[in-house]
Design a protein around this ligand. Structure first.
Ligand code: 1DX
Length: 197
């Protein structure tokens, strides 16, 4: 993946846990000789997976927890690192944004030819819930998608609940996420753990 992804992991860890922990994670991932990640260099996915694995050891969190936190972080990180326009032009509301995710990638891929974009398809239900299908060449990143969705919920100030209802890791054909938006008409949803922090 492009170095921007590894830089985002570095910044998330440094901000929340400090420089020393970051250096330990980097060393455990056998990346101690690397001075920095260059945003526009395509690194092997292995580098990212090693960072996540090392972070689980140093932070005592599961890789699912780390990838979910990272997905959420990615939304604010990219917004402040020059991609606010890209996010803005993808949609003004969460449902619109989810409908246009493949567009976002089509535009990003013009500038960054080594991007290996996943693909998303969003179905809107009569009860205003949505089902998002996620397809990727990569495996094991579904928890990051859950985090991305929570990050988008914060961006659009619409708290949401995400349930993964099918999983490639469990042998299903694709990864499917069921998304419920909290609305003024559903205070029960807001009380059931939807409201984060
Ligand atoms: F819901 O691959 C909201 O390298 C979402 O299965 C989901 O293949 C927002 F460094 C610049 C650059 C570069 C900008 F300059 C990426 F080159 C991309 C910025 C997307 C913002 C995907 C990153 C592939 C790198 C992938 C999950 C899971 C997508 C990570 C999240 C907005 C981003 O992102 C999978 C790669 C950008 C850039 C956004 C992604 C690669 C996403 C989202 N993806 C690189």
């Amino acid at each position: 993946m492009y170095g921007l992804v590894n830089r985002a992991i570095q910044q998330m860890v440094t901000t929340h846990h400090g420089e020393d922990i970051w250096l330990r994670i980097k060393e455990r991932a056998d990346l101690q000789d690397l001075d920095f990640f260059s945003s526009y260099t395509a690194y092997t996915d292995d580098v990212t997976h090693r960072l996540v694995a090392a972070a689980t050891e140093e932070l005592g969190l599961s890789s699912e927890q780390i990838m979910q936190a990272f997905g959420e972080y990615w939304i604010t990180y990219t917004a402040t690192e020059g991609y606010e326009q890209l996010l803005e032009s993808t949609g003004e509301t969460l449902p619109e944004f989810l409908d246009h995710l493949d567009n976002l990638y089509a535009r990003a891929a013009l500038a960054f030819p080594e991007l290996q974009p996943p693909s998303f398809r969003c179905e809107h239900r009569a009860d205003a819930s949505m089902q998002l299908e996620y397809r990727s060449k990569r495996k094991g990143l579904a928890p990051m998608v859950t985090g991305l969705l929570h990050g988008l919920g914060k961006r659009f100030r619409s708290p949401l609940a995400v349930d993964q209802v099918a999983s490639r890791d469990q042998g299903d054909a694709t990864d499917l996420f069921h998304i419920r938006l909290a609305s003024p008409s559903s205070p029960a949803l807001l009380d059931s753990g939807l409201k984060h922090e």
